[in-house]
Design a protein around this ligand. Structure first.
Ligand code: GDP
Length: 298
């Protein structure tokens, strides 16, 4: 996803190589090229602004180093700042002291929540946990069934409302799902919720009702990196309407520019925990800001 950004950034930094000393003008030129590269990749403007300001300030004030030449020093600064906007340290999933832990997934329809539920369940199962999926997306006719299929593939059971009882109440299903997990000793409950194609008040209310009822240990906002600039506005809407403790980026295998998704951490202040990069259950990993920064800087 970040090939163009990566090419542009390495290009900008390559121009510095071979220079014995960097003038302020050299740094300004490089900063300008980095700025354009980030903006073209759809990184949100306020994020780009503060990023560039920090890089410039640090590069101009950089001490003469024995170990690194000036160009390497700028690369190091850019790398560190990039790690910073991506969240710094890798953030692990917060689990409850007393099981079951509850992880709630929220996001727009099509963002990849249901697929993620399976991925996360498989990943946690591989770590020795015993996850249970709970189907609280009762809006889309096929959603419950889709979650059950994903669960079967992941080798994890799904708690779903009994068929034939009308639409049902997602808050009630969430509560009963957690009680069931407690009774059967599943140690992590993953609650899949309904999404809409766009942000709307009812979606927010439903998600926040579920959240209030189940008090999740983590509420993960799932965002499709392919939606471009909308990623930031959607993240802000979910932050204000539901609140979340972490972000999952999906569809990083796509060819969109993706920089908006990379801005979500900085804009909302919440860390990115996982990244999803394909339709298969294995296409999923813990998000490591340093590895992502290295990948982007090539
Ligand atoms: P939900 O509506 O949020 O539950 O989204 P789904 O899990 O149903 O996913 C919507 C579509 O995106 C499905 O066709 C998934 O196979 C696909 N999808 C989910 N995650 C990824 C991903 O990381 N990469 C790609 N390429 N497709 C994905």
């Amino acid at each position: 996803m970040f090939d163009t950004l990566s090419d542009r950034l390495s290009g900008a930094l390559r121009d510095l190589r071979g220079k014995g000393r960097l003038s302020d003008a050299d740094i300004d030129t490089t900063a300008r090229e980095i700025r354009i590269a980030l903006l073209e990749a759809d990184v949100a403007l306020p994020v780009v602004r503060s990023f560039i300001a920090r890089v410039k300030e640090r590069a101009k004030g950089a001490e003469v180093s024995q170990a690194l030449n000036p160009a390497q020093q700028v690369v190091k600064i850019v790398n560190e700042e990039l790690v910073g906007i991506l969240g710094g340290e890798t953030r692990r999933l917060a689990l409850a002291k007393e099981p079951p832990s509850v992880i709630m997934l929220a996001g727009l329809q099509g963002s990849g929540k249901t697929t993620l539920a399976g991925k996360l369940a498989k990943f946690l199962g591989g770590q020795g946990h015993t996850p249970l999926l709970v189907a609280c997306d009762l809006q889309r006719p096929n959603a419950v069934n889709q979650l059950q299929i994903v669960g079967e593939r992941a080798g994890v059971p799904t708690f779903a409302p009994e068929p034939g009882n009308g639409v049902g109440d997602p808050v009630d299903v969430a509560r009963r799902g957690i009680a069931y997990a407690r009774e059967k000793q599943y140690d992590i409950v993953i609650v899949d919720t309904a999404g809409r194609l766009g942000v709307d008040a009812e979606l927010m209310r439903q998600a926040s009702d579920i959240k209030a009822a189940v008090q999740p240990d983590e509420t993960l906002f799932v965002v499709d990196a392919m939606i471009g600039q909308d990623a930031v506005a959607t993240a802000e809407a979910f932050r204000d309407g539901v609140g979340f403790s972490g972000v999952v980026l999906t569809k990083l295998d796509g060819d969109a520019r993706g920089g908006a998704a990379l801005s979500v951490r900085e804009v909302t202040g919440q860390p990115i925990l996982f990244a999803s990069n394909g339709e298969k259950l294995e296409d999923f990993d813990v998000f490591h800001p340093d590895r992502m920064a290295s990948r982007i800087l090539g």
